[in-house]
Design a protein around this ligand. Structure first.
Ligand code: G3H
Ligand code: 13P
Ligand code: ZN
Length: 359
């Protein structure tokens, strides 16, 4: 099956009221685990690569791994997405390597650390959208800065994100500004800031509305029911995975992620792409730790990686099932990017704002 654009996949998800997890990949084992889960549940899949992933594996190796996945699983639509592109160059080189979707994260300057102002964000995102749409590739933008409402910081635990203190206003996407941003940039999906952050340490307690501001999602959805929203930092960091990781020598301090029921509420109000990396890392790392500490004589890397792939597969299956992605692959026929490009040129995908707010 051909690769699918993010736009087509999220349009389908909106039509049928489901969400799609976007799993980060860096290596063959992650691709194998995620694809096995997608095949087992008949789910379309978003595989996303960060700049770090691209430099870890190399663009050529990443591209060939995805070709391998397509050949192994011809019935599964695969969207290959650039996660947190920092400038137009990153987005365009991703497209050169077969990505069908790119994130232009203009909420930060090109150093991926300094919060950007609105004008910069609009101009860099619109620039990328104009080019990507010419070849039918989708674009995700971001408005508002990801970070913790508890600490007022960007929470760059995994080396990502804003540095320094952030104001409450920066940490929460403004719904009216979101409408203007989508109109001005014509992004296909919008990442919103509402208290989620990357990494394992998101919340110091089970989050409530004060630190996980789902009301932002609802407010944007009311103004733009047709907009596809993206929730970054959406790992749940399940208690049992923390315990498993620590049981075998890990040292993770107690933490809370985004509860699955909150993600489901988000999906009800227009969240269509749910970014998950930390949970995948934790599932694999816990499985690797288990082998390392229960069989100290083991030195065949496959003995470590096979249970890690299985643990990742189980996690991904659970997310596909929870978000309603399971069973949707067979219902989708990917539209070639050349045809997507014609649709963009014809204005088919121009932003739609709710009638009540359209004046
Ligand atoms: O955007 C955050 C993802 O977890 C990717 O992280 O840059 O370490 O690959 P990474
Ligand atoms: P987590 O760290 O919660 O898995 O978030 C990943 C992410 O948002 C990638 O863009
Ligand atoms: Zn992210």
């Amino acid at each position: 099956m051909a690769r699918i654009s993010l736009r087509q996949l999220l349009d389908h998800a909106a039509e049928r009221h489901y969400g799609v997890p976007a799993f980060n990949i860096n290596n063959m084992e992650q691709v194998l685990g995620i694809m096995a889960a997608a095949a087992a549940t008949d789910s379309p899949v978003i595989l996303q690569a960060s700049r770090g992933a691209r430099s870890y594996a190399g663009d050529v190796m990443l591209a060939k791994m995805i070709e391998g996945a397509e050949a192994m699983y011809p019935d599964i639509p695969i969207c290959l997405h650039q996660d947190h592109g920092n400038d137009a160059g990153t987005c365009l080189s991703a497209i050169q390597h077969g990505f069908t979707s790119v994130m232009m994260d203009g909420s930060l300057r090109a150093d991926a650390k300094t919060p950007a102002d609105y004008e910069y964000n609009v101009s860099v995102t619109r620039h990328v959208t104009e080019m990507a749409h010419l070849v039918g590739v989708s674009v995700e933008g971001e408005l508002g800065v990801l970070g913790s409402l508890e600490t007022g910081k960007g929470e760059a635990e995994d080396g990502h994100g804003a540095e320094g203190a952030l104001s409450h206003d920066q940490l929460l996407t403004d719904p009216d500004q979101a409408v203007a941003f989508v109109r001005e940039t014509k992004v296909d999906a919008l990442a919103v800031a509402m208290g989620t952050s990357h990494g394992a340490h998101k919340f110091s307690r089970k989050p409530d509305g004060a630190i996980l501001a789902l009301h932002v999602i609802r407010a944007i959805h009311e103004k733009m029911p047709a907009l596809h929203m993206v929730m970054h930092g959406s790992s749940s960091v399940p208690q049992e995975l923390q315990e498993e990781f620590n049981r075998f020598g890990g040292e993770m301090t107690q933490t809370w992620g985004v509860p699955l029921e909150e993600i489901l509420t988000g999906i009800k109000y227009g969240v269509r792409k749910v970014n998950i990396d930390t949970d995948c890392r934790l599932a694999m790392a816990a499985a690797i730790r288990k082998v390392a500490s229960t069989n100290k004589a083991e030195f065949d890397p496959r003995a470590f990686m096979k249970p890690a792939i299985t643990a990742l597969k189980d996690l991904c299956k659970a997310r596909f099932e929870a978000f309603g992605t399971a069973g949707q692959a067979a219902r989708i026929m990917p539209i070639p990017l050349s045809q997507m490009a014609r649709h963009y040129a014809a204005g088919t995908y121009d932003p739609v704002v709710a009638v009540a707010n359209a004046a």
